[in-house]
Write a protein that binds this ligand. Structure first.
Ligand SMILES: Cc1cc2nc3c(=O)[nH]c(=O)nc-3n(C[C@H](O)[C@H](O)[C@H](O)COP(=O)(O)OP(=O)(O)OC[C@H]3O[C@@H](n4cnc5c(N)ncnc54)[C@H](O)[C@@H]3O)c2cc1C
Length: 378
C-alpha cells in the first residue's frame, strides 16, 4: 500500500527547469510514462543558442525509436573529421560513428511542438527564480518570475551550463570565473557537407559543419582576454582566428546570415554533481563536456533517459537519486574528464601541431581518444 502510494505520488507531477535538449527530451519521455510534466523555460521558442550543432549518431536510434527524430528534414550526414592546427595544416579522419547537423533553432522548436502535442505543459517566457526542498512535506517549493509558487514532488534541473539559479542554489562552480567565450554564426558557404571541421587558433578552436537547408554552422570557443584586448569580436577574429588560413578563407568567402553572432561568456567546465539537495540535474547542469568532443547534446539526451529510468525503477526518493547518480557517473564521469584533459591539445600552436601529427600518423590513438569522449548508441 505504502509502496503504491509513493509510486502514485511520483507519477503525479514532475517539474523541469529549462527547456533545452535535456529538458525537452526528459519531458517527452516522462509524459510517455504517465507523469504529469511541466517545463519552465525562460525564453520563447524558437531561438538560437551558441552550439556547434553537430549531433553524434549515438542518439539516432534513440530519437527514432521514440518518434523524436525530425523526419522530413534533409539533414547532412557527417562521417569525416577534419582537424587543422593554428597554422592551417589539416588532416582528415573517418568518423566511426559520425553524426548529423541540425540547428538548435530547428531541433529545439521541433521537440517543443512535439512535447506540446504529447501533453507536456509549458510555461515559456518564465524563469525559475527560487527552488527549495521542504523535507517535512517531501515537496519542492518552486518560485517563478511571475510570482507564482508551485509545490511539486520531483524537480529536474535542466537549466544548462550556467543559470542565475546556480547562484541561488549556491553551487560552488558559480563563483569561479571562466576564461572562455562562445561565438556562433550561420553562414552560406562552400564546404563538404559530410565533414565536421575543428580549426585551431591561438586561444581556441572553431567548428564548421553543415546543418539544414544547405547552411553551415560556424562556432568557436575563444578567449575572454583576447576579446578584451582587441575590443570587439570582428577585430579579435581578424587578429587571431584569421592567422589560421583555413579560417580566414571561411570568414572571407562565406555569406553571414545574421547581422550579429550569438555570443556567450562564462563557459565553465568545472566538475558538478548529478544530484544536489534532492534536485536531479541533467545535461550541462550536471556537467559540460568540452565542445571539441561534439557530444554535449547526446549527453543531454542520454541523461534524460537515465533520469526517466531512475524515476521508473526507484521505489523511494532515495533509490531514485542513488540509481540516477550511479548510472550518470558510470556513463559520463570519465568522459567529462577525458574531454577536459585533451582540451589542452587545442587552442595552442604546439598542442595543435602535436594533435595534428597524432591524427595523421597514429590514427589508432586519435580514434581511441575520440571513442573515449563518446558513448555507445543507446
Ligand atoms: C561553443 C560550444 C559549442 C558546442 N558544440 C556542440 C556540438 O557541436 N555538439 C554537441 O553535441 N554539443 C555541443 N555543445 C554542447 C551543447 O550545446 C550542450 O551540451 C547542450 O546544449 C546541453 O543541453 P541542455 O539542455 O543541458 O542545456 P541548454 O540547451 O543550455 O538548455 C538550458 C535551458 O534552460 C533555460 N534556463 C536556464 N535557467 C533557467 C531558469 N532559471 N528558469 C527557466 N529556464 C531556465 C535556458 O533558457 C535554456 O533554454 C557546445 C557547447 C558550446 C559552449
Amino acid at each position: 500500500m505504502l509502496k503504491s502510494k509513493a509510486l502514485e505520488k511520483r507519477k503525479q507531477e514532475v517539474l523541469i527547469v529549462g527547456g533545452g535538449l535535456a529538458g525537452l527530451v526528459s519531458a517527452l519521455l516522462l509524459v510517455q510514462e504517465g507523469h504529469v510534466v511541466t517545463v519552465v523555460e525562460k525564453k520563447i521558442y524558437p531561438f538560437h543558442r551558441v552550439c556547434g550543432e553537430y549531433v553524434s549518431n549515438e542518439v539516432l536510434d534513440f530519437l527514432k525509436r521514440n518518434g523524436m527524430y525530425p523526419e522530413g528534414l534533409e539533414l547532412p550526414n557527417i562521417d569525416t573529421f577534419e582537424f587543422s592546427d593554428t597554422r592551417g595544416s589539416s588532416v582528415r579522419l573517418p568518423l566511426d560513428l559520425g553524426g548529423f547537423g541540425i540547428s538548435r533553432y530547428v531541433l529545439d522548436e521541433w521537440l517543443y511542438r512535439l512535447a506540446c502535442q504529447r501533453g507536456v505543459n509549458f510555461l515559456t517566457g518564465t524563469t525559475v527564480t527560487g527552488l527549495q526542498f521542504v523535507a517535512k512535506e517531501e515537496l519542492f517549493q518552486v518560485e517563478l518570475s511571475d510570482f507564482q509558487v508551485l509545490q511539486v514532488p520531483y524537480v529536474l534541473g535542466a537549466f544548462g551550463k550556467r543559470s542565475k539559479l546556480d547562484q541561488v542554489l549556491e553551487r560552488p562552480f558559480f563563483s569561479k570565473r571562466s576564461p572562455y567565450i562562445g561565438v556562433k554564426y550561420h553562414v552560406q558557404a562552400e564546404g563538404s557537407s559530410n565533414t565536421v571541421a575543428l580549426h585551431n587558433f591561438q586561444g581556441g578552436y572553431c567548428g564548421f559543419n553543415a546543418i539544414e537547408d544547405g547552411k553551415f554552422n560556424l562556432c568557436y570557443l575563444g578567449s575572454r582576454d583576447q576579446l578584451r584586448a582587441y575590443g570587439s569580436i570582428p577585430e579579435m577574429e581578424q587578429a587571431v582566428l584569421w592567422k589560421n588560413p583555413l579560417l580566414k578563407r571561411i570568414f572571407q568567402e562565406s555569406d553571414f546570415l545574421w547581422e550579429k553572432p550569438e555570443v556567450i561568456t562564462e563557459i565553465n567546465f568545472e566538475r558538478k554533481l548529478p544530484v544536489e539537495n534532492h534536485l536531479l540535474l541533467l545535461g550541462d547542469a550536471a556537467g559540460l563536456i568540452t565542445p571539441l568532443c561534439g557530444n554535449g547534446m547526446a549527453m543531454a539526451m542520454h541523461s534524460a533517459l537515465l533520469v526517466t529510468e531512475a524515476l521508473r525503477e526507484g521505489k523511494t526518493r532515495q533509490e531514485v537519486e542513488q540509481h540516477y547518480s550511479k548510472r550518470w557517473n558510470a556513463l559520463f564521469y570519465q568522459r567529462l574528464g577525458v574531454g577536459r584533459a585533451i582540451q589542452g591539445l587545442f587552442g595552442s600552436g604546439r598542442g595543435s601541431v602535436i594533435a595534428r601529427n597524432l591524427i595523421a600518423h597514429v590514427p589508432f590513438v586519435a580514434r581511441t581518444l575520440l571513442k573515449n569522449t563518446h558513448g555507445k548508441p543507446f
